[in-house]
Structure formats: structure tokens, C-alpha cells
Write a protein that binds this ligand. Structure first.
Ligand SMILES: CC(C)(COP(=O)(O)OP(=O)(O)OC[C@H]1O[C@@H](n2cnc3c(N)ncnc32)[C@H](O)[C@@H]1OP(=O)(O)O)[C@@H](O)C(=O)NCCC(=O)NCCS
Length: 160
């Protein structure tokens, strides 16, 4: 499996994976993010794309994975986990000492994926206690945490 960054001009060619992975407002936002996010990375095998991640830095040492999506026929084979590993490694190389991901609580594959990579759920108030309300509010807004979504975090320095 090969992991690589997808240049801006090639991103639209991955929209079909989003079409098969998200619905409604999530699909609209994922497609919008595909065009505008800092980094899109793909996993390929034999020239075929198996899945994508979209990520950015939210601060000097804070990485964020907006979306991970695996082609339906390739799911539950470890691709999502490897894509997330790749995104974390990529963000770490850009200075991230922590990475955040949001997901709906009822998205079992996504929650299981995060738990399999040692992400832990963090609530707004818990985070605000350690870094202050203003900073947490800014972070929450930049992550675009939707109703029904939960925030997961991993400390890369501690879990490296
Ligand atoms: C979430 C998603 C990316 C996971 O990708 P994947 O390639 O299927 O995940 P993996 O095969 O690497 O599995 C990772 C872990 O999640 C678990 N998992 C994956 N799919 C699961 C399912 N349907 N039910 C329960 N657990 C599941 C695996 O068992 C594994 O855990 P383990 O290592 O403890 O065994 C994929 O399901 C997907 O693209 N979903 C649609 C888009 C989406 O919801 N993205 C996430 C929000 S941005």
C-alpha cells in the first residue's frame, strides 16, 4: 500500500469516495473540505485508491483530521487504521504533538477506528479546564463540531 499527498488539481478525482462514504450535510462539508483543506492524503494499491484522509494544523502543535474515508469494498481490512497512522505521522512531522478527530457517537466503525489507535474521548469542559475556555472555544469552532459529534484526542508525544 502506498500513502501519498494528493495535489490540489487531482483532489476532485477523489470526490466519488466521499459520495460513497457520507450523506447530506456531511457529504456537502466533506466535498467542500476536499477542495480547501491543507492536506489530502490517499492510500493506493496497484494504482487504485483505497481511501483518503483530509487534515490540517489548528495551531502550532495541534493537528486535526477532518475526514477519513475508505472505499466501501475495502472497509474492515485495516485500510482506515493505516490511513489514520499515516495522517498522524504526517501531522507529527509538521509539528503536531496532539491530534484531534471528531465523529458522531453512533458511527461505530469510526469510533472503533479511533479507539484502535488509542484516541480518547475528550469533553469540552475537560479540555477547557486544562487549556482555558477561550482557547477551547476557538478550537471547537475551528473543528466545526456538529451536534451529535464527539471529540477524540491523542497526545503524540506521550503515545509515540
Ligand atoms: C470509518 C472508516 C474510515 C474505517 O475504515 P476501515 O478501513 O473499515 O477501518 P479498519 O479496517 O482499519 O478498522 C479499524 C478498527 O475499527 C474496527 N472497525 C472497522 N469497521 C468496523 C465496523 N463496521 N464495526 C465495528 N468495528 C469496526 C476494526 O475492527 C478495527 O479495530 P481493531 O483494530 O480493534 O480490530 C470506514 O468505515 C469509512 O470510510 N466509513 C465511512 C466514512 C466515515 O464515517 N468516516 C469517519 C468519520 S470522518
Amino acid at each position: 500500500m502506498i500513502f501519498r499527498e494528493v495535489p490540489a488539481e487531482a483532489r476532485e478525482g477523489l470526490a466519488w469516495i466521499l459520495d460513497q462514504s457520507f450523506r447530506g450535510l456531511y457529504l456537502w462539508h466533506a466535498r467542500k473540505t476536499l477542495r480547501s483543506v491543507s492536506w489530502v492524503r490517499e492510500a493506493t494499491q496497484g494504482g487504485a485508491t483505497l481511501g483518503v484522509t483530509m487534515s490540517t494544523m489548528l495551531g502550532k502543535a495541534t493537528g486535526y483530521v477532518y475526514y477519513a474515508a475508505v472505499v466501501p469494498s475495502q472497509r474492515a481490512r485495516g485500510v482506515g487504521g493505516l490511513l489514520l497512522d499515516d495522517a498522524m505521522q504526517f501531522l507529527r512531522a509538521r509539528g503536531a504533538s496532539e491530534v484531534f478527530v471528531c465523529t458522531r457517537a453512533d458511527n461505530t466503525p469510526s469510533v472503533r477506528l479511533l479507539l484502535s489507535r488509542n484516541f480518547t474521548r475528550i469533553g469540552y469542559h475537560d479540555l477547557a479546564r486544562s487549556r482555558g475556555f477561550a482557547s477551547t472555544a476557538r478550537l471547537w469552532m475551528r473543528m466545526v463540531v456538529a451536534p451529535g459529534e464527539k471529540v477524540y484526542r491523542i497526545s503524540l508525544s506521550a503515545d509515540a
